[in-house]
Design a protein around this ligand. Structure first.
Ligand code: SF4
Length: 492
């Protein structure tokens, strides 16, 4: 027997063992497998009923979420004679998981309309409708475990209604569609910046949007609030450390207790308090409550304390704005027309590196070595700004700001150059919205199927314009019809 046949047999044998382990359908499966069964609806769908005997119709199981909160978002269900509802679904092995995991007290779970469990509880449970799956699988559990071992993303029948007409388009047409949506998104961002600049001035508008971007998803608004009062709290500061201390103070993020275990952290804290205690009353009107910030699910690198420490470096640099302007006009980082954000495109990489050089901080004695004010010293220094955030800053703030300001100033050459850079920018970090959109619209899990940051922005715009106006079963969504019309117009 040759070695590849032996390997194949070994794989079969391993699979056979997995089947042995799940051979008893009475034993509860791992929760992840139960979620996968629900996602793929490997169920006797016409026989689903709640523990209290009401028929359950599943029009859509919802979208699997890995971001905390309920397991499935946006399911479309009908329970008994009630009207169909859109809501979340939580999958637990046992009914008691709802209370045991604290879901009943967690506001993120308020939208849950159905709890899916493995077995029906011995005693009825009041409250949430409960759907036991144990006797409703469409195949033995072991068989399902093998079939769903490596499911390739969203099942075909759960893709969006636009997936089929989009598949009919030529690749160039899909790119053109994404670019059109990306352009619209870019112009909306630029228009919002312009509106703010008309009230507060170009520089203030830039700072507000930079701060918002530093808030990254969860802390946009407290960051925005800080930027709005910048004229007050920045006055009288000189060094980076003074700005950091004041920013930590006004943000409400300066801890008032020492760690007693981290020498460097306690030394930083003492010095920051030396600055802040004398002046805190003077800034009472622009101080934020700590409750304004969200910390749940934050990576240490995105902690707002660290983001503010970085902003202090930018604010302390008198040439910071001039550097951004110089980056936009430096021919060395210009982009050939038509170079559209390919991941291996050297011009795109050059753009990112050149802008990163403007935003990155060479070294901060404390923050290069600590994620947060109270954290232990890191074994290696860490940059205050990673490459993915440079792309966020570019696409959401710097490029739209430069573009709209150039347009308002009549500098159409610069405006065209900024737009070229936008379309040449390499793809941003993948995220859960993009992943789901790729699967629903384009039928693929491959991140590389959407090339370049602008194409990603285009996809996000379609999600915002169509998916978010509809539901999981694409009710009343006009996008499929529009895509079909595009094909008919061009005769693709
Ligand atoms: S809601 Fe519309 S755009 Fe979104 S997946 Fe469904 S058909 Fe496509």
């Amino acid at each position: 027997m040759n070695s590849s046949a032996e390997n194949l047999y070994a794989a079969w044998r391993e699979r056979g063992r997995a089947v042995d382990r799940l051979g008893d359908d009475l034993a509860p499966p791992p929760e992840k497998l139960l979620q996968t069964i629900w996602l793929h609806q490997r169920l006797k769908r016409d026989q689903l009923s709640t523990a209290d005997g009401r028929l359950v119709r599943v029009f859509h199981p919802g979208f699997l979420s890995r971001e905390g909160g309920p397991d499935f978002r946006g399911a479309v269900l009908q329970i008994g004679d009630d009207k169909p509802v859109v809501g979340d679904v939580e999958v637990d092995l046992q009914a008691g998981g709802w209370h045991a995991h604290g879901h009943d007290r967690n506001p993120a779970f308020q939208g849950v309309v159905l709890q899916v469990v493995w077995a029906a509880p011995a005693k009825p449970v009041a409250g949430l409708p409960l759907l036991p799956l144990q006797s409703r699988l469409d195949a033995p559990l072991a068989e399902l475990a093998l079939a769903l071992e490596n499911p390739a993303g969203l099942p075909e029948n759960l893709r969006g209604k636009c997936a089929a007409p989009l598949r009919e388009l030529a690749p160039g047409q899909i790119t053109a569609l994404l670019h059109a949506a990306a352009k619209l998104r870019f112009r909306h961002k630029a228009a919002a910046i312009l509106a703010r600049a008309r009230q507060a001035g170009w520089e203030a508008a830039l700072w507000e949007y930079l701060f918002r971007a530093l808030g990254y998803k969860h802390n946009t608004w407290p960051m925005h609030n800080l930027a709005e009062t910048k004229g007050r709290w920045l006055r009288g500061t000189g060094s980076v450390f003074e700005i950091q201390s004041r920013l930590l103070g006004v943000s409400g993020l300066l801890p008032d207790e020492l760690t007693r275990s981290q020498k460097a952290a306690d030394s930083f804290l003492r010095q920051a308090w030396d600055v802040w205690w004398r002046e805190r009353d003077a800034f009472a009107d622009c101080r934020l409550p700590r409750a304004a910030w969200r910390f749940h699910g934050l990576r240490p690198a995105n902690h707002p304390q660290r983001r503010l420490a970085l902003a202090a470096h930018w604010l302390a640099d008198p040439k910071f704005l001039a550097k951004i302007e110089a980056w936009a006009t430096t021919p060395g980082s210009s982009v050939p027309a038509g170079d559209h954000g390919e991941p291996d495109n050297p011009a795109g990489r050059e753009l990112v590196n050149a802008l990163r050089a403007v935003f990155q901080v060479a070294r901060d004695d404390f923050w290069s070595w600590h994620w947060t004010v109270k954290s232990a010293r890191l074994p290696q220094p860490q940059p205050l700004l990673g490459q993915p955030r440079v792309t966020d800053l570019a696409v959401n703030v710097v490029l739209p700001w430069l573009w709209v300001r150039a347009g308002e100033g009549g500098n159409l050459v610069l405006q065209a150059e900024v737009e070229r850079r936008y379309f040449a920018w390499p793809a941003a970090e993948d995220n859960s919205v993009l992943k789901l959109a790729r699967q629903r619209l384009l039928g693929t899990t491959r991140a590389g199927a959407v090339k370049g940051a602008a194409d990603q922005q285009g996809l996000l715009q379609i999600v915002s314009d169509f998916c978010e106006q509809s539901n999981a079963i694409c009710a009343d969504c006009r996008f499929p019809e529009l895509v079909s019309g595009l094909k008919a117009q061009t005769g693709a």
